[in-house]
Design a protein around this ligand. Sequence first.
Ligand code: DC
Length: 494
Amino acid sequence: MGASYAEHISLIQLSRRESEIVVVSIFVNSLLCEPNSDLGQHSYQLDEVYKLCQKLGVNAVFSPTKGEFYGQEQTVALEQSQNLITQVLLPTTMTSVLWSQQQPEYFQNLATIFIKLLNIVQPAKVYFSQKDYQQLAIIRRLVADLNLPVKIVTCPIAREESGLACSSSNEHLTESQKAQAQIIYKSLCRVKQTFQAGERDHHVLIDALKSELTLARELEVKYIELVNPTTLIPIVQVKTSGLLVVAVNLGSTILTDNILLLNRKPIVAIDGPAGAGKSTVTRQVAKTLGLMYLDTGAMYRAVAWRVQQAGIKLTDQPAIAELVSQSQIYLTEDEKSQSGVRVWIDGEEVTKAIRSPEVTAKVSAIAAVPVVRQELVKQQQLWGAKGGIVVEGRDIGTNVFPDAELKIFLTASVAERARRRLQDFKAQKLPSMSLEQLEQEIQQRDFTDSTRAISPLQKAADAIEIETDSLNIAEVTELIVSLYHQRLYTSVEV
Ligand code: DC
């Protein structure tokens, strides 16, 4: 809606990066909305939208008329204010708070339209911005409760340079109002700092936001709430996470924004196949951002080494289970070693031994044993419980830390990965196989890692894929660090 498309462009770009086919559906909820809602003020030029979509690589635009969408009979009924459409009943806890106080029927109607669009377009994934958080939370609930066959991807809020959340409403602001509107996001960031400094009480956090906002002369607070991000139920003390939501009036324009308060530092998940440059990049990213580094592959390697030492056969799963449940793995960062980590298992240092061709040949099979994964995932989650960590592996974004703030999927062609591995062997003066054998080995490992029954190597729906064939380590690192700043809003001066 409206002529400001920045938010939609960012959703399209994200889905373009991750999907084979991108469909944009456009339907303005004019029949089901409140007569005096601000939907009436918006207009959009379809021709302009089509051109923009074409430029962004969209495969199809679905923009039905009201008649096409509802059918003639329903359209006539709706025009006469008779709502005869089948509705699903949303939980009242989610539809009695926040924006529902302005437009009580809004989300009920949105759910109907969402389900209709979903059934017509039948996408694998749908992209929503975190900006309309209540909408996102309700849609997530709807999809989970009714087992709708779709993945909901959450996208960060698109912001103007000043930090103001992009919205078609921004066009209605005068220059002076626009300058005042910047205070909304800046105040949210300040309250987040207060939260990060240890404050958890809703009164204190909400009052802090209110008093920041009073600095803008024309700005009038409509509501500020601190809610559970999943259920939208107001919370008194933030335990694991909270969502601070604000709506204000600036003149006759309503602006909304929100910020997530997570009771831990950020997590970056870097997944991808062997040899895509994950280890070096992850170490560099961790160092640049001042975060901890965790190489989960080294943990699987340590177990593979231990199984080999103990002379246990790969088929003897009960013996492997017993061994892994009793083993103590210990990792420390080590700038001097080639791999960047020193590794101990059951008191013995295995930093070098776990990189041997024998361990490398066995590790995929060990990593496919369910009990090994269960045990190591548990340990990895403990390492990351407080956040502030960059973790590399195969299932980090999909399984170990599905709510990581930033997920990266690093890839490179098999030929390029084999070439890099050969170079590594030469640099370390280790005996190596031929390039052809290395390619075969990599292919085999990709196959085992991506076809195993539990937690296969897979790109998370919300991960950003980076193909590294033509990029060097510094370029990949820089890219990830800049994505981190974008995602975590830390690039905005507060
Ligand atoms: O990244 P690497 O080559 O050191 O990993 C060794 C093996 O461990 C690799 O074949 C896949 C497996 N692995 C896994 O299954 N899950 C992880 N999170 C990390 C590694």
